[in-house]
Write a protein that binds this ligand. Structure first.
Ligand SMILES: C=C(O[C@@H]1C=C(C(=O)O)C=C[C@H]1O)C(=O)O
Length: 185
């Protein structure tokens, strides 16, 4: 899929497939202006099929490419109480990590939403309780849709994972499974 050869401190990336590879944060584009597709096509041997990374075929060798994926989760709280929220959100987040074989280092960022009937705490606080302290987090209020399930905390996490998209486990705990019967695990 992606092979690399080192040359005097730089590395040449040759993409032979069309996987949605995204460079890790530590990688920086090659200096200078971004060449056009035509320029790159002329500069690259014809057997190499380049993806969108073609404009930086030479880049610093700091880390390997890992696909970015997104994983969803949700849990319905029994009551709006800080200790209960903390426990339920921690369980949701740790289940997402466990079922997808993830560690804290694989997390890019996490969005939390809470339905408008939840006021007792920020759901993101539960992530810090799990030791996730250097991942950008944000909380927002979920849409106030008539008839929607009450007391729900949702998660949308962006992750680095070699799992294909079809194998990402989205976690809807307990009653929240009714929200997405098609993907809940
Ligand atoms: C169905 C859900 O609830 C809401 C509806 C969503 C959707 O239709 O995709 C996504 C998130 C929520 O705004 C869910 O959490 O999955």
């Amino acid at each position: 899929m992606c092979s690399r050869t080192r040359s005097s401190g730089f590395i040449r990336t040759e993409i032979t497939g069309a996987a949605p590879l995204v460079r890790r944060r530590a990688l920086t584009p090659a200096p200078g202006p971004r060449p056009s597709r035509a320029t790159v096509a002329r500069a690259v041997p014809p057997h190499i099929c380049l993806t969108w990374t073609e404009h930086t075929i030479t880049e610093r060798d700091e880390e390997h490419d890992v696909p970015v994926r997104a994983v969803r989760g949700a849990v319905q709280l029994e009551r709006d109480e800080p200790g209960h929220m903390d426990e339920q959100v921690a369980q949701l987040l740790s289940t997402i990590l466990e079922r997808n074989g993830l560690g804290a280092d694989d997390l890019i960022s996490i969005w939390f939403t809470a339905t408008p009937d939840l006021h007792s705490d920020f759901p993101a606080a539960a992530a810090r309780g799990l030791g996730i302290v250097d991942v950008p987090l944000i909380c927002a209020q979920e849409l106030d849709i008539e008839g929607a399930m009450p007391r729900v905390v949702r998660i949308l996490a962006h992750i680095e994972s070699d799992l294909p998209r079809s194998e990402i486990a989205h976690v809807y705990l307990g009653a929240a499974a009714a929200l997405r019967k098609d993907i809940a695990q």
